[in-house]
Design a protein around this ligand. Structure first.
Ligand code: MN
Length: 206
């Protein structure tokens, strides 16, 4: 099975001035495409050749894991941002945010703090754990919450290639702008769809 580079959910200039067309040219066309191409090379003749991407992430290790997770993480990351302003609609999600963080502002403050303080390359995630609690966690390199039985709801890429063209070394400034561009409809959909799928999966497993 050949993995494909999914189309961006918006035009490359759509996030300006938060992220420039140049950043999208490199980050999507070079980095993301590079992970897809590398993954397709690596899986030839291995037991992973016919495996779906999410299963590869759960089962593969080393280079195959790294490239598979980077393909998945980038597709997810693009969808976490929107050029349009988006709103939370679901009462359930707003309730759990209030219960776990106090408010959406406090959630975002914790999210940006975690991302600013994180040392090295990786991602900051908002996840739903198996007890139904929201968590903010940083993970190194290509690491993905799916390997730890958690449901990813939101992520910001913390690799320097995500922000260096527009913000140079100022990751905090990138994150402060990132939180204004979050696609809350996507976050909420992940909570509803992946979250409920995760719950039924755990119930059948137990
Ligand atoms: Mn990246």
């Amino acid at each position: 099975m050949k993995h494909e580079l999914p189309p961006l959910p918006y035009k490359k200039k759509a996030l300006e001035p938060f992220l420039s067309t140049e950043t999208l040219e490199f980050h999507y066309e070079k980095h993301h495409r590079g992970y897809v191409e590398k993954l397709n090379e690596l899986i030839v003749g291995t037991p992973y050749e016919e495996m779906a991407l999410a299963d590869l992430i759960r089962q593969a290790e080393g280079k195959i894991f790294n490239n598979a997770a980077q393909v998945w993480n980038h597709t997810f990351y693009w969808n976490c941002m929107s050029p349009d302003s988006t709103q939370l609609r679901s009462h359930d999600f707003q309730e759990i945010v209030r219960h776990n963080f106090g408010s959406r502002e406090e959630l975002l403050q914790e999210f940006t703090e975690a991302g600013k303080d994180y040392f090295g390359s990786g991602y900051v995630w908002l996840t739903l754990d198996s007890n139904g609690s929201l968590r903010i966690e940083t993970m190194t390199n290509a690491e993905n919450p799916l390997t730890q039985d958690r449901i990813p709801l939101l992520t910001a890429d913390l690799w320097e290639h995500a922000y260096y063209i527009d913000y140079r070394n100022e990751r905090a400034r990138y994150l402060n702008q990132f939180v204004k561009k979050i696609n809350w409809e996507f976050v909420e959909r992940n909570f509803q769809e992946l979250g409920s799928a995760g719950v039924s999966f755990r119930q059948t497993k137990a």
